[in-house]
Ligand binder design. Structure first.
Ligand SMILES: [Zn+2]
Length: 287
């Protein structure tokens, strides 16, 4: 019996993703920096902000379409009115997520299933609401992943609960550049057998914070450190979710010597002795 570890597209051992909230105009600059370094990101849009903007805080629908979606980035739910689900009654949380999702799907003519919890999200609870309540209704609303905040660490693990997806670090975390360097220097294939798990570096924040703190060079430094690495896949949040869940759909024979890929994606697997397999859609392979 061997460990069988996921490898990202092309057999890569690591992935990097970004997540920026609130649909503010400064996202236009963030996306330029991400594009310059070949990064991919997810932009979480509280739709009422965009649709009722009178102050120029938010991007317009056309700006989001042209600068984010058409450049290969993702948009995701951030509530219609940016309400923290932990602080409101379930019926209000359900409306905020569902209406935000329906607004995005109407505005951009696509299917939206990703989310970042608005405000304090699921960090604190009032009105007898629990995480299990929020998790259940988010799932019922076909939200497949939701990013939270406040758990910064240098473990670089994939989430175990997609509806409580904890990022690696906020961009202002004082350790972020050190962690980014550790991440790029890691050679997963040289780790102890059980430590050869795929790794993820997940950065989040609000683009207006760069303007407020006058530290755009920080985003440049993070991207520069992570960019142009052969063993890193640069992906949106949804691309990572869809790839990992496709990998988890692989079907094995009882003796573990055959694997069948029932999905439409090429899937990469390391059988823990350094042998890398690419299993094509519909293919059964001896491993
Ligand atoms: Zn927000």
């Amino acid at each position: 019996m061997k460990y069988r570890f996921l490898r990202f597209p092309g057999g890569k051992t690591k992935a990097v993703t970004f997540s920026y909230d609130d649909g503010c105009r400064e996202d236009l600059k963030t996306v330029q920096v991400l594009d310059k370094y070949g990064m991919k990101g997810t932009f979480n849009i509280n739709t009422a902000g965009v649709l009722t903007d009178t102050t120029g805080f938010h991007m317009s629908e056309d700006e989001i379409r042209e600068n984010i979606l058409e450049k290969g980035h993702e948009v995701a739910v951030h509530g219609q009115w940016h309400k923290a689900p932990g602080l409101i009654r379930a019926i209000d949380g359900i409306q905020d997520i569902l209406n935000g999702r329906m607004d995005l799907e109407r505005m951009f003519d696509c299917i939206i299933r990703g989310m970042a919890y608005p405000d304090s999200g699921i960090l604190c609870f009032l009105n007898q609401t629990t995480y299990e309540d929020v998790r259940r209704y988010a799932k019922d609303l076909d939200i497949v992943y939701a990013r939270t905040l406040g758990y910064d660490n240098d473990q670089f693990e994939l989430p175990t609960d997609w509806l409580n997806w904890k990022p690696t670090a906020h961009h202002d975390n004082p350790n972020i550049l050190e962690w980014a360097k550790t991440f790029v220097q890691m050679d997963i294939n040289k780790e102890y057998f059980s430590s050869r798990r795929p790794k993820l570096f997940y950065v989040w924040g609000h683009s207006f914070e760069f303007e407020r703190n006058n530290n755009w060079e920080r985003l440049e430094a993070i991207c520069e450190t992570l960019a142009d690495k052969d063993d890193i896949w640069y992906a949106t949040n949804m691309e990572i979710y869809e790839y990992v869940t496709a990998f988890e759909s692989l079907v094995y024979s009882a003796d573990g010597k055959k694997v069948y890929n029932p999905t439409l994606k090429e899937l990469w697997l390391d059988n823990n002795d350094g042998t890398l397999y690419c299993i094509k859609p519909g293919e059964t392979l001896e491993i």
